[in-house]
Design a protein around this ligand. Sequence first.
Ligand code: FCA
Length: 329
Amino acid sequence: MNRKVIPSLLALGVSLSLCLTPALAQDEVKIGFIVKKPEQAWFINEQDAATKLGQEKGFKVVRLSGEDGQQVLSAIDNLNSQGAQGFVICPPDVRLGPAIANRAKQYGMKVVTVDDQFLDADGKPMADVPHLGMSGYKIGRQVGEAIAAEMQRRGWDPQQVAALRISNNELPTAKARTDGATDALLDAGFVEQNIFDAPQQNTDTSSAFAAASPVFSKNGRFEHWVIYALNEESVLGGVRASEQYGLSPDQVIGVGINGSGAAFAEFSRQKPTGFYGTVAVSSTMHGRQSADNLYTWITQDKKPPANTETTGTLMTRDNWQQVREDLGL
Ligand code: FCA
């Protein structure tokens, strides 16, 4: 070959690869994973699971906090400036749905929700945003059934037991969960008037503790208490309040939902507490599946199912390590 051709071919190769590099970089998939409570084990695990899936499949996951509306909107701006094509979100307030979906649309980003589903301006679920979350009512029933079974095992008279229902009725999944638990308890002979609401401002331990404390002081006539809420973090707040009030573990049956680090830490204590169990759901699966749904939507233009509902397994001090392993937690 003519010697002069070689350098020019080389030059062509270099310039071709120069043109290709930015194009390849543009093809790289990057998604955000925005959560309302970045310090809670449930959400840390979801983000970890999504990140791991990204490493396996070759896409990047940007982990972000969205503890209020302002933070969520700046997280979306930030994702846009990084060239992300979409995000998974568990919003801090489900009524922010339309504002979040709008911002995403302006940037041409795809959005899926995990755990807490967006509501539209009329308070109805935004069915056009694909969602993956717990089957709240069914899981709530499991909570109520677990409590009723443990009450029976302890020989408590259902007529004499009080319930601390730590409620968060603004959040539909929370209401579905506590409604499910209430219905199962009533089916087991619980007295409706003995159920006391402790409305919490948030979905964490400290807001539950604050809501629970006055309920115990006002209802000192009861010797036996059951405690339930939308998640185990909140039930733990109720259990801590029961301890502070002076109730002992054998007077309290608290059953949570999630099966995350908060429950593992409680089960690992040397002595049992009033936190009897929790209905564990795989946060690993929630994180992986929601990220995978979004990734497939971005890369293959296949919109994920409108609503995926996940199920749970009762976890107690006796079986928690096994359940943890079975659920990949
Ligand atoms: C809500 C709760 C979380 C978790 C999740 C699945 O977001 O706040 O603790 O239960 O649903």
